[in-house]
Design a protein around this ligand. Structure first.
Ligand code: ADP
Length: 222
């Protein structure tokens, strides 16, 4: 069956796991927040929660929490377009928009990541407007895009929990359970990073992963 590990403490980051020489920024973050950083494995895939800026990720793809116009916005969307340059926006204009819950893919422009997968999270109203199902679709559709391109690593931000006001505990549970479910099936994805902006977001996702480990019989906590 699936094998899932949660490591809440480890004195020295594994240099095979963390590109110490290539990514000084993340190394610093890990050294300072290590006890609040969490890592899991499902079959041969890894799921890692880290605190940082997603635009710095060197993975095959990073995910953008975009809006339906795909023409850029605030928060993580603004940061990705600022760091990635105009090529990403040009591709977004050609695509012409994206409905809530779906995902499209563009190049990574000047970013260290090769691709950007743009998905549109639901705006939180009161929970009765299919917000949960739409957020689940976001994560699922991003992973399907990654599989279509045969990508091995992908980094997610916390979709919908900024300007779109989705409650973070609920969002974290939906995000992690959807990703865990996908990693149990056939996929090219070997590593999923969650790049959380700030200690509060990291803590919410950490609590949620801990919770999932306790409830999902296919996940094994060590
Ligand atoms: P949404 O409109 O989907 O809520 P936001 O960009 O407003 O999107 O917020 C989504 C999450 O992304 C928030 O938790 C926010 O703190 C976080 N965020 C903002 N900038 C970055 C960044 N550079 N890297 C990672 N996460 C970020």
């Amino acid at each position: 069956g699936a094998h899932f590990k949660c490591l809440t403490r480890k004195p020295i980051p594994d240099p095979l796991t963390y590109p110490v020489n290539k990514d000084i920024y993340r190394t610093t973050v890990l050294l300072t927040t290590w006890e609040r950083t969490m890592r899991g494995t499902i079959h041969s895939a890894r799921l890692e929660l880290v605190e940082g800026d997603i635009t710095q990720q060197k993975d095959d793809a990073i995910v953008n929490a975009a809006n339906t116009t795909l023409l850029g916005g605030g928060g993580v969307d603004g940061a990705i377009h600022r760091a990635g340059g105009p090529a990403i926006l040009e591709e977004c204009k050609k695509i012409g928009g994206c409905p809530t819950g779906e995902a499209v893919i563009t190049s990574g422009g000047n970013l260290p990541a090769q691709w950007v997968i743009h998905t549109v999270g639901p705006v939180w109203r009161d929970g009765s407007k299919r917000e949960d199902a739409l957020l689940r679709n976001d994560y699922k559709n991003c992973l399907i895009q990654a599989d279509l391109q045969q990508l091995e690593s992908i980094a997610f931000p916390s979709i919908s929990t900024g300007a779109y006001r989705f409650p973070i505990e609920k969002a974290a549970h939906i995000a992690l359970s959807t990703i865990a479910g996908h990693l149990k099936g056939k996929t090219t994805v070997k590593t999923v990073y969650f790049v959380l902006f700030g200690a509060a977001a990291l803590e919410a996702y950490q609590n949620s992963l801990q919770d999932l480990c306790g409830k999902d019989t296919e996940m094994k906590q060590v």
